[in-house]
Write a protein that binds this ligand. Structure first.
Ligand SMILES: *Cc1c(COP(=O)(O)O)cnc(C)c1O
Length: 427
């Protein structure tokens, strides 16, 4: 892609590149299958001897075009769409981990990802150790074992609004010969590009700001192409040794910098099948076209709301990394100088019961299991998304029992503040 373009331009111009007479707008290739002239042509595709579309579970032109746009926004070499953010994080890890392996994750992560890592992947024989992201390097390094294959964190943790020190994490991962995988859902590449700070693989729940309108569940994985799998051949046999399901292909030999995403596509997606529908990819692409405009407004509104809350006598605490004095203010200024995201975490004096009461009094801001879209919304993680976690696990995840997750939309900020003010007056 044209590297000279600024990120705002890439939101519009990257991805679909029609030639003469083709549709100007990305078409929805609503087809499971693709036509070939003879059996040999098709056979070569199955052997990965030729590249081309043959079945949408593996690849679809609409999906690939949107993945290419997100890859360009992140500054990566290859990407793939998945049916959800959950599938993206699962595949990103499972692509390089198998039964008997281990990985390390920040403890302050999205509740769904925590369940995936703590419960479900354990059932597959893949073990995860959780670490406090603010702990010193030596402390985090203690979690690594000989069979550790990856380090995982969120750039801005959902819902704790913890900002990860990406360079510190990259250094720890690389000194143990494993890639750093960062879930970049909350800042999006508009505000933070983890590859510029040493991350190797980025994942997204595109369900959030990228889609932006709460229309489609979706996910994406992007590879920077920077991690040298061959330098750690024995640690990553799935990429560096022959794949019996493809007549002995070695992904790093045949696909070079495309090895990781090719394997994720032709093996993990082929066998597990969490593909995004082309219709959803089309809608996601429309969201991406305004991502830069929306992120700016989300952040501008959230900064004003965070200040309002911070100055309100009924508010006990506010976590918002763009707020001067916030614990993560310095890290946010370093990694996302243009703004963080529209999500604020805060608690009210009087604790959990008052927090829940307050939410019930809101008129415009709806209580929904969603975050990071155009409409202002709220959620009480301890009662909703993180309901399955014990008090101890809640604490490790940075989720206080009274934490209200407030996702600031792109309405006029005066209306958002007025709604908060009237609800606060009633508790
Ligand atoms: C929502 C979310 C996920 C899960 O994504 P889905 O699209 O809901 O499957 C993963 N990571 C983060 C940071 C999220 O906010």
């Amino acid at each position: 892609m044209k590297e000279a373009y600024k990120i705002e331009t890439k939101c519009i111009q990257s991805g679909w590149q029609p030639s003469k007479g083709e549709p100007r707008v990305l078409p929805i290739y609503q087809s499971t299958t693709f036509l070939y002239e003879n059996s040999d042509q098709m056979g070569r595709l199955f052997d990965l001897e030729d590249s081309g579309y043959f079945y949408t579970r593996l690849q679809n032109p609409t999906n690939d075009t949107v993945a290419a746009k997100i890859t360009d926004l992140e500054g990566g070499v290859a990407g793939m769409l998945t049916s959800s953010g959950q599938a993206a994080n699962y595949y990103a890890i499972f692509n390089i981990c198998e039964a008997g392996d281990h990985f390390v994750s920040s403890s302050t992560i999205y509740g769904g990802t925590f369940n995936l890592f703590y419960v479900t992947m354990k059932k597959m024989g893949i073990d995860c150790t959780f670490v406090d992201p603010d702990a010193p390097e030596e402390e985090i390094a203690k979690a690594f074992r000989p069979n550790t294959k990856a380090l995982f964190a969120e750039t801005i943790a959902n819902p704790a609004i913890v900002v990860t020190d990406i360079e510190k994490f990259a250094k720890i991962a690389h000194s143990h010969g494993v890639p750093l995988i960062m879930d970049n859902t909350f800042p999006t590449p508009i505000n933070c590009r983890p590859f510029e700070w040493g991350a190797d693989i980025v994942t997204h729940s595109t369900t959030k700001y990228m889609d932006g309108h709460a229309m489609c569940v979706g996910g994406c994985i992007v590879d920077s192409g920077n991690f040298d799998w061959d330098a750690h051949k024995d640690r990553f046999p799935g990429l560096t040794k022959p794949d019996p399901s493809y007549h002995g292909i070695v992904y790093t030999e045949k696909f070079g910098k495309g090895a990781y995403i090719t394997k994720a596509t032709v093996q993990v997606m082929r066998d597990l099948g969490s593909i995004q529908s082309p219709q959803n990819a089309f809608l996601l692409n429309i969201g991406l076209e305004t991502l830069h405009l929306r992120m700016a407004r989300h952040c501008e509104n959230a900064r004003k709301v965070a200040e309002f809350l911070n100055n309100h006598e009924k508010v006990a605490w506010v976590n918002y990394a763009d707020l001067p004095g916030d614990k993560y203010y310095e890290l946010a200024k370093k990694y996302m100088p243009g703004g963080t995201c529209g999500v604020i975490a805060f608690g009210l004096r009087g604790g959990r019961k008052v927090s829940v009461d307050f939410m019930d009094h809101l008129k415009m801001a709806a209580i929904v299991t969603h975050v990071a879209d155009a409409r202002t919304c709220v959620l009480h993680p301890a009662s909703h998304t993180h309901r399955q976690l014990s008090d101890e696990q809640l604490k490790e995840a940075g989720v206080a029992p009274d934490l209200i997750r407030l996702s600031i939309g792109i309405e006029h900020v005066d209306d958002i503040i007025a709604d908060l003010e009237q609800a606060l007056s009633l508790v």
